[in-house]
Design a protein around this ligand. Structure first.
Ligand code: TYD
Length: 219
């Protein structure tokens, strides 16, 4: 049985990653590949419990190192319980975020020493790096405008207030640091990473993602 392929999508907030992940999975399935559509943090039962802890903003703020360790703990569980067994069964795994998000969010934007994060990545991910990582790149101002539009639509649907605004909470400098770090990761690992300009229409981005996947992972 041929091993499945492991593809991750990465990028800052509001770049359209989740939409593109969904479209890629639909297209792969239509082409006859069995797929596991997954995400981080989360993707396995224990990791999803850690996700709840990580993403609910309660009173108790985690220190950046504690947070980086919990993201890695979730990743260890996700790999062992979901990703690796699927790949072994020949299933293609498409993950909305993976290890590069820790380097960008906890490292470049959060201040944890990159050498520490690299060591953690070595321990947790080791040889199981993705076959292909698509980095969706977008000017943070454009990303923010798109994100606000979606948040407004979601609030209208629920008839409620706008969700807590991540762009206001973290600020534009944070988004700019994320963007720079994702581009740096791509430049350092050109064998695995491809950068896609996410400033175009959803259809155009989806076409480009599909072209890269076919080109890089053609059997
Ligand atoms: P989510 O609601 O899934 O947002 P998105 O659609 O942007 O992926 O929340 C995931 C959040 O967790 C997102 O803000 C990025 C952050 N994150 C980290 O800070 N470190 C990590 O290692 C991962 C995987 C995610």
């Amino acid at each position: 049985m041929e091993r499945g392929r492991f593809i991750t999508l990465e990028g800052g907030d509001g770049v359209g990653k989740s939409t593109q992940a969904r479209r890629l999975v639909a297209r792969l399935r239509a082409a006859g590949h069995e797929c596991l559509a997954t995400r981080e943090p989360g993707g396995a039962p224990f990791a999803e419990r850690l996700r709840t802890l990580l993403l609910e903003h309660g009173q108790e703020a985690a220190t950046p190192l504690a947070e980086a360790l919990v993201f890695n703990a979730a990743r260890a569980d996700h790999l062992a319980a979901a990703i690796l067994p699927a790949l072994e069964r020949g299933v293609w795994v498409i993950s909305d975020r993976f290890a590069d998000s820790t380097r960008a969010y906890q490292g470049a934007a959060g201040g944890i020493d990159d050498a520490v994060l690299r060591r953690l990545e070595e321990i947790v991910v080791g040889p199981h790096r993705p076959d292909l990582t698509i980095i969706l790149d977008l000017d943070p101002e454009l990303a923010e405008a798109r994100w606000r539009q979606r948040a407004r639509e979601a609030a209208d649907e629920r008839g409620g207030a706008l969700a807590l605004d991540r762009f206001e909470r973290e600020g534009r400098k944070f988004q700019a640091r994320l963007r720079a770090e994702f581009l740096k990761i791509a430049a350092e690992d050109p064998g695995r990473c491809r950068v896609v300009d996410a400033g175009r229409s959803e259809d155009e981005v989806a076409e480009e993602v599909w072209r890269l996947v076919s080109e890089v992972l053609a059997p």
